[in-house]
Write a new protein. Sequence first.
Lengths: 951, 188
Amino acid sequence: MPRRKNDVAVTIDDVGMDIDAEYDSGSDVDSKRRAKGRNKPKPAARGRKAKPADSAEESEEEEEEAPRKRKGRKKKEESEEESEEEQRGRRKKAAGSKKKAVAKDDSEEESEAVKGNKRRGGKKGATKKEKEEENNKEKKGNGKAAGKGGKDKQDDKKNKGKNSSSSSSDDNSEDESMSEGEMARLKEEVEEKKKLIATLRNKPWRMKRRLKCLKEAQGFVERFEGALGKGKGRRLYAFKVMMTKKLIKFNRDFENFKTACIPWESRIKEVESHFGSSVASYFIFLRWMYGLNLVLFGFMFGLVVIPEVLMGMPYGSIARKTVPREEQESAMDFSVLFEFGGYCKYSIMFYGYYNNQRSIGLLQFRLPLSYLLVGVGIFGYSLMVVIRTMAKNANEGGDGAEEGAFTFCWKLFTSWDYLIGNPETADNKFASTTTSFKESIVDEQENLKDENIHLRRFLRILANLLILCCLGGSGYLIYYVVKRSQEFAKKDRNELSWLQKNEVEIVMSLLGLVCPPLFEVIAELEDYHPRIALKWQLGRIFALFLGNLYTFLFALFDEVNTKLENEKEIRNETIWALKEYYANYTLYHNVTENIPPPNISPADVIRGPCWETEVGIEFVKLTVSDIQVTYLTILIGDFLRAVIVRFLNYCWCWDLEAGFPSYGEFDISGNVLGLIFNQGMIWMGAFYAPGLVGINVLRLLSSMYYQCWAVMACNVPHERVFKASRSNNFYMGLLLLVLFLSLMPVIYSIMTLPPSFDCGPFSGKDKMFDVITETIEKDLPPFMTDIFGYASNPGLIISAVLLMVLAIYYLNAVSKAYQNANMDLKRKMQMQRDEEKNRRNNKDSTNQVMKDLEDLMPNKSLIPPPSAEETEKPADLLSKSPKVTSKPGAAATGKGVHVQKDVSLAAANPRAPVTRPPGPRPPGPLPGNARGPPPGPQGKGRGRGGPPPRR
Amino acid sequence: MGGTSTKLPKDLLSEYQELTFLTKQEILLAHKIFSELQDRENGPYSTRVSMEKILTLPELKSNPFQKRICHVFSTSDMKDGSLSFEDFLDLLSAFSDSATLEIKSHYAFRIFDFDDDGTLDARDLEKLVNSLTGETDDTRLTAEEMRQLISNILEESDIDKDGTVNLSEFQHVISRSPDFVSSFKIVL
C-alpha cells in the first residue's frame, strides 16, 4: 500500500515536529487509543449489506485520497507563498501542528464528501468522520510508536490491516446510537478541540489561519457537543457545557475588569517609553507597594480604627482619651501638633487611645483581641504576599543556568528595550550598547591578564575599611543623638530649640542623604564592573539604613525601659492615691461598700508615660520627616537644578546642559531602597500607631504622581540605560529581609514587654498576648480550651518543630536529587547533540568518549559501522525522550519541556532550499524533520531499519 | 474607516480575545489607533495601513527594528510592510505582556533574520549589531571588533557549528536570558 505508507510518512513527520506540550500529552492519549483500538473489537460491526458497501468503500477510499492529495498540494503552495525564511523558521514548531490541522481539515472534508455521496444522516456522518479521524490518529500513534523498534512495526502492520478492515466494517454498520466507546472517543475529541481553542493563541501563525482554525474547532465542538449528551446524562451534560461556557466568559470579563482596574497604566507606560523599563520598574514596584498598603490599611481601619470610633467611648470620656490638663493650652498649637503631640497624641492614630474594654458596642466586638490579631496579621499577610510574588518572579524569565555562557548572545539578542519610544533614550541606548559590546570584547581579550592585582586588592580593602568606618560612625552618631534627645525630653519643651527637638530625625535623614554618594565616591577606588558595583552599593546602603534603624530601635528600647521604670512608680502612686481616697471615703462617710469611684476630671488623672504611644510617635515622626526629605530632595535636587540648568544656560560661560551640573538622573536603586525602608518603618510602627498605615497610603499615592511628574519634567534618561532584568526579585528579597527584621522587635515587644497600665487595649494585662489566652478561656467552649492547652504544651511544640526540621531536611534532599537529575539530563542532551553533530559532519565518530571506547575495544568490529548505527540511534533517542518528558514527577516539569526543546536543537538544520516541485510528498526523507528520526533508506518498509542489532 | 464600521463586531472581538494575548480594552484601543492611522492614510481607502504610517506610532518610532517588525508581521502580497488590522493585532499580541517566551522568541528570530532565509548568518548578525549600535560613525564598531564579536556570538550559540544560528539555537539562547521577556514588549 504505497499510498498508505506515504500517509504514514507524513504523519510521522507531523508528530515528530509537533510542539512539546501537545506532543507529551498526545503520545499518552494516542498510545491509549491505540491500545483500545487493538484490543477492543469494534462494537458497531453488524455487517448487513456487506458486499455493496465494500465496493462503495473502495470508491470512497479513492475519493478520500484525492482531496488529501489536493490538500497536500495546496498546503505546499501555501507554504511556498510564504517566504522561505518563514517556512524554515516555522518548520520546527508550527509545521507539525499546522499539518495536523490540515490533516484534520482533510478528515472534515472527507466526511463532507461522504455525506454528499451516501446521503446519510448527519449523525452517520459524524460517526463516520469520527472513525476517520481516529484512523488518522492511530496511524499517527503508530508512526510514533515506530520509533520503538521493529517489534512495534509488526504490530503496526497488523494494526493497519485491522484499521482498514474495521473502518470498512464501520461503514457497513448502520446503527443509529453511539456506543459507549465511541462516546468516550468523541468526548475526547471534543476535549482536544477545546484544548486547541485554548492554546491557539500560542501558535505563531497568521491571524487568518488562527481564525479559520478557531472557527473550525468551535464549529466542531458546537456540532458534536450536543450529540454527546444522550440518554439520562444529557441534561446534566448540556448544563455542564453551558456552565463552562458561562464560566469562561465570566473569567474573561473578570480578567478584562481586573486589567481595567490597574491604575496608572498609561502613566507608567509614558515613563517607560522615555526611560526604558528600569525606571518603569521602580514605578511598578511603587504601585505594587501601594496595593499592599491598601490592603493593610483596609485591615487596620476596618477592624481596629473604625470599630473604636463607632462603638468605643467618645473622646474625653476617660483619661487615656483626654489631653492632660497641663498640656491643654498648647494642645492645639501647630508646633505641637506637627510633632504629633497635643490632640494628635491622644487621638485614634496612636496605641494609647484604645480602650481595654473586652468587647464594645452592639456587636460585642472584641477590640483588644482584634487589635492584636490585626497587628500580627499584617505581618502574616505581607509575608505571604512578598513570598508569593517572589516565587512568581522566580518562575518567570529563563532559568539562567549558566551565568556567562551566553554573554555575547544576550547582549546582542536581548539588549534592545522595545519599550523605548523616545529618540533621546534610544540614542543613549545605542551608545550604551556599543560601549557594552566594546567592553565585553576587551574583557574577552584580556580575560586573564590583570595588571597590578596587589594595588587593586589593597584599594578594595581600603575602600571597604572606609565604608565600615562610615557605617560605624553613622551608627554611633544616631545612638548619641537618640541619647541626647532623651536628655532633652526630660527638660521643659519650651526651652528647647526646634533643632534640638528634631535632632534625631534630621540626623537620620541627613545620613541617608550624605552617605550613599559618599559610598559611591569610595567605590570608585574599587574599580568594579558597574553591575557588581551597583550590587555593592545597594548592599552598603542597605547596611547603612539597617544599622541606623536598628541603632535607633535599641536607643528606643533603652528609652522604653526607663519609661517602664518610671511607669512603675507612677502606678504605685496611683494605687496609693486610690487607696488613700478609699480610706478617706470610709473615714468620712463611714461606709465600706459601694464606694463611688473618685470624681476626678479625666484630664487630671495621674497617668503613666505610655511608652507604646511614644514609640508610635517616634515612628510617625520618622516617616513624616522621611517624606519631607524625599520630596524636598526631589524639588531641590531635581526640579530646581533642572530649572537653573535650563534657563541659566542662555547666559552662562559654559554649556550647563552638557557640562557640569546637567540634569539629574533618576536614581532607581536609591529610590527603591528608600521605599523598602519606608515600608519597614510602617511595618514596625503600625502596631503602635494604627494611623501610620493611612499616612503611608497617602504618601505612596502622592509619591506616584509627584515622582512621575518629576521624572518626566526634570530628569534625563540614564547614560547607561540598563534593563530591569531580575533585580526585581533582588528588591523583593530585600523587602523580605526588612520585613523579617521589622517583625522581630514588634514580636519581641508583644511577647516580653509589659504593656502600659493605663493606656492602650492591653492595659491591665501582664503581657499583650494575654488577650488571646483570655479569649480562649472565656469565649470558647471548654474542650477547645483543653485542646489549646495541649497544643501549647512544650512537648508538642518541640515535636512539631522537630517534624518541621525533618521536613525541611527531606525537601532539601529531594531538591538536591532533582538537581542531580537535571544535570544528568543535561549531560545526556550534550551527548546526543554531539552525536548528531558527528553524524552530520562525518560518518566517523568524533566524540572523544566514543573514540576512547573504540580504542579500548579489543575487536573493533564489535561496533557496527556508523552508517548502520545511524539508523538506529534516532530511534533510541525518540523512544527515550518522550518517556522522559511524559513522566511528570521525574523531574521538574518545566525542565521536561526544555529537554524536548534541546533535543530538537540537535536536529538537522533544514537549510537546503526547497527543490522539489509542489506535489504529493515523496516517501523519502523530508527536510525540516526536527525531532523525528531521519527516515532511513526508502526501500526499508517504513523508513526504519530492521530489528535493532544491539538490544 | 467610516463612522459605521468603526466598531468591532462583538463576536469578532471575542474571537480576537481568544486568539491573542490582548485583553478587550487593548484590542479596542488598538482598533481605535488603527482606525486613526487609516483615516490619515491618503489615497484610496484600503484595509491596510502603509508602513510609513505605522512607523509614526511613538511605540515604534525610535525602534531600530521598526522596518523589520513591519515586514515580519505584514501579510501584504506586495511585500511593502503594510499591515492590516489583524496583522496589527498579531504584532501587539506578540509584543504583549502575557505572550509566551515561545511566541516572543519566534518573532524575535524572524525580526533579526534580515534576509529572510531562516537562519541568522554572519551578515544578519552584522546588520543586527549595526542596528543596535546606531548608524553614527562614533558608535559603530570597527571591522575588527565586528569580526571578533560575531565570532564570539557564533562560538556561544552555534551548537551545530554550521556558521549560522538557527531558530532552535536562538530559542535555546533566549530561553536562558533573564530579561528577554520583560524587554521584548510594546505597549500601546
